[in-house]
Design a protein. Structure first.
Length: 765
């Protein structure tokens, strides 16, 4: 079998073959494939048809030099001496790409050798069994092999992989040895930073989940990443995933990693930045297959050289990876997906780990990795989780595709439209929530999506973009419908687009994402959820589903009360009914504060309309005060222009909406920002959807108003106020403009280090 060296690298059969046997084009033309559940059912159906002595799910392993190869063969028929590799599919098998079949045979033959070795066989039959999940028919491709031929095939693929495996083992050993000696990259810890770092190290060492409320300005990013790297060797971690909610968070994480890799005794790390497909695509006008895109043509033939070049880099940022990809004529996005297998630290958006079809979570499960997960600005995971696990359908989109759809699909689309109309025609109001989605509608959706799936199998050139988009929305809707329980709402919103008829939106709305987030948290060796605002603890624990035994810490602030003058302006109400009356007092308050201490301020409001009313009045009455305003739908460049107004020498007021792009995740230290006016309690809009959420929260947690309105609102206020004090040298002011800030229940939710006073408004006539 090739020597007596100790085994140093273990690889799954599937991962081995995907590395050594993939060839040809990248082809991502959408063809409906079985769901994971359909695949399991298909495998069981095949096994149930076999003779009594049939063995299913046979655990096999073999060794070649320092490489251990392991896996589970789908089945072995003793009577036929036949090893089976079962693949489920739907559609026309004759259209299967040749490189897919090549990969399947490679897996089957590796399992064939491992079975020969286990049973000491000289010959074996190897079968590729393709099972059509729609017709339940089997297509069996059987070949007879000698053990010697299969052994040679196995060893050939092991040799191809072994060179890479040895390189990876050397990289890992050097990484782990250096990480244990790694010193903190700054001269000393900031106040609170050591407490955070030690808590993270303890959490990963004991395999627990940690919730850390840590104020802005202590260096949370380095304070969490550094201890995870120190834990690489003692905890035998394969990867650290650093997950962020927004682009600025990803940049901070990459900057922190750069600081660590630039330090004197830094370990040889590979730090990978993952970005969305549409941002990485070099040819947005082309489809992802070899007939259309030059970077997809021959992708797997050129991938080994690109992978080797990328593995030599430390910081695999978006730009660095793009340069490597284009040098080797491969797609940057799919090169980054490949490098996720070989990176040590992956910086990515939440959806790469928490989404239903999340790449990083899927790879970790399939590869049996031991991972540690850092969730930055974790308060955002509540709303992002709800978005990921919800689904909606727009009837105007259905109407559009009904007109242009191929004739064969029109019947099922019309049936869906009839069921949809029957449902909302019973509805008198604009909005209606239901306990569960109606069975007839869901059945019509499943039938319609199945007919489009069948059509796609017969027409691989695909659908027009509108129909494909609606089809994907339908698949998500059907998926969520199968998961529907008391953690969801089903509702219908009518909108009067024209006078002839009402059209509506259907929504399966996730209210409590805990049930989907919890398995992702517990699958990791340790998950650390950190943010400046994770209070109250029970609210986030309930909605994020943190496991029993989770540790919660509130890290002491490096700042002192005398750095930040916080005042409640209780003489003003910002409620909608009092809004007109609030305009003059707010304008006078801003102008007075600006004249007393000229500098840069942010003023936050509950809506764009409110913001513009105050800004217009301020411009009329105090034209000498420089102003710049956030507008709806700002692009990334426009957001940067807004922030660039805040310089160390400028003076003026930036107007922004609370909870928007400028309420968190921006850093304006020193004179760039000296104060904030927050003219709202941050409460979610009072509307039928939020009222239904409130009722559902009350039923589950007994605190409907607090969970729906109060806690998320005050969290936004605290985040916005946190923009003012960024360093231990900063001095600033925050004015909380609303009488409700004086409520003891609200005050308890404000940071402990604040000393809150009352503003003097006697100057207002």
């Amino acid at each position: 079998m090739g020597g007596t060296e100790p085994v140093s690298y273990s690889v799954a059969v599937r991962a081995l073959c995907e590395f050594t046997a993939k060839a040809g084009d990248l082809d991502l033309r959408f063809t409906p494939s079985p769901t994971a559940l359909e695949g399991i059912v298909g495998h069981r159906t095949v096994a149930s048809r076999r003779s009594e002595g049939y063995q299913g799910e046979v655990a096999l392993e073999g060794v070649f030099q320092t490489l251990k190869v392991r896996g589970r063969a789908d089945g072995y028929d003793v009577a036929q001496n036949c090893l089976e590799e079962v693949k489920t599919y739907r559609g026309d098998l004759s259209r299967q790409p040749a490189n897919h079949r090549h990969l399947h045979w490679a897996q089957a033959k590796v399992y064939g050798w491992l079975m020969c070795q286990k049973l000491d066989l000289q010959h074996i039959n190897v079968a590729l069994v393709y099972f059509d999940i729609v017709s339940e028919k089997e297509t069996c491709l059987v070949e007879a092999f000698s053990a010697a031929d299969l052994k040679a095939f196995f060893e050939q693929h092991c040799r191809l992989f072994l060179k890479w495996a040895e390189q990876e083992m050397a990289h890992r050993e050097a990484r782990n040895a250096a990480a244990q000696q790694l010193a903190f990259p700054h001269a000393e810890f900031r106040p609170g930073q050591r407490h955070l770092a030690e808590s993270v190290f303890k959490a990963v060492s004991t395999g627990r989940c940690l919730m850390a409320q840590a104020p802005t300005g202590i260096g949370k990013t380095v304070g969490t990443l550094f201890p995870m790297l120190k834990a690489l060797a003692p905890q035998q971690l394969d990867k650290v995933f650093f997950l962020t909610a927004k682009t600025p968070g990803r940049k901070l994480a990459l900057d922190a990693a750069q600081v660590i890799v630039d330090s004197a005794d830094a370990p040889p790390l590979r730090v990978l930045e993952m970005i969305a497909r549409d941002k990485a695509c070099e040819h947005p006008d082309k489809a992802c297959h070899g007939d259309s895109c030059p970077l997809a043509q021959g992708f797997y033939d050129r991938l080994p050289a690109a992978r080797q070049a990328a593995s030599d880099l430390t910081m695999l940022t978006r730009n660095a990876l793009r340069q490597v990809a284009l040098m080797h004529d491969v797609c940057p996005y799919y090169l980054s997906q490949e490098m996720a297998r070989w990176a040590d630290v992956v910086v990515a958006d939440y959806n790469y780990y928490f989404d239903f079809s999340a790449l990083l979570f899927g790879l970790a499960q399939a590869s049996n990795w031991k991972v540690a997960v850092l969730v930055d600005e974790a308060h955002n995971l509540v709303e992002r989780g709800r978005q990921m696990y919800s689904a909606s359908l727009d009837q105007s989109a259905l109407n559009g595709v009904r007109k242009s759809a191929p004739e064969v699909l029109k019947k099922s689309l019309q049936r869906l439209n009839r069921e949809w109309n029957a449902l909302h025609n019973q509805q008198s109001g604009v909005y209606q929530a239901y306990d569960k989605p109606p069975e007839k509608l869901i059945q019509a959706l499943f039938t319609c999506s199945a007919s489009i799936g069948d059509y796609l199998n017969d027409h691989p050139q695909g659908l027009d973009s509108a129909l494909q988009s609606f089809y994907f929305d339908m698949l998500q809707f059907c998926w969520v419908a199968e998961l529907y329980d008391e953690q969801f709402l089903f509702d219908i919103s009518k909108r009067d687009l024209d006078r002839k008829r009402n059209l509506s939106n259907l929504c399966l709305r996730n209210v409590v994402p805990a049930g989907f987030i919890r398995p992702r948290l517990t699958a990791a060796r340790s998950t650390v959820l950190f943010s400046a605002t994770l209070s109250p603890q029970h609210y986030y624990a309930d909605l994020l589903g943190v496991p029993a035994g989770t540790v919660w810490i509130d890290v002491e602030s490096p700042f002192h009360a005398d750095q930040l003058a916080v005042s409640i302006v209780s003489q003003i109400s910002t409620r909608f009914v009092h809004r007109q009356a609030s305009l003059i007092p707010i304008v006078e308050l801003i102008a007075r504060q600006f004249s007393q201490r000229p500098g840069n301020y942010l003023a936050f409001f509950s809506s764009f309309d409110y913001l513009q009313q105050v800004a217009q009045l301020l411009a009329e009455q105090h034209p000498h005060i420089n102003m710049w305003l956030q507008s709806r739908g700002m692009a990334e460049g426009q957001r940067q222009d807004f922030l660039d107004q805040f310089t160390t020498h400028s003076q003026g007021v930036g107007f922004a909406v609370l909870g928007g792009a400028f309420g968190e995740g921006i850093d304006l230290p020193g004179a760039r920002l000296i104060g904030a006016f927050i003219a709202t309690l941050g409460l979610a809009q009072f509307n039928p959807v939020n009222e239904q959420m409130k009722h559902r929260m009350a039923a589950i947690f007994g605190a409907g108003y607090d969970y729906t309105y109060l806690y998320p609102g005050v969290q936004k206020v605290v985040q916005a106020a946190g923009r003012v004090i960024r360093t231990q040298q900063d001095q600033g002011v925050v004015m909380l403009i609303d009488d409700r800030f004086g409520d003891s229940k609200v005050k308890q939710l404000l940071p402990r280090w604040w000393s809150v006073g009352t503003a003097d408004m006697s100057f207002i006539r």
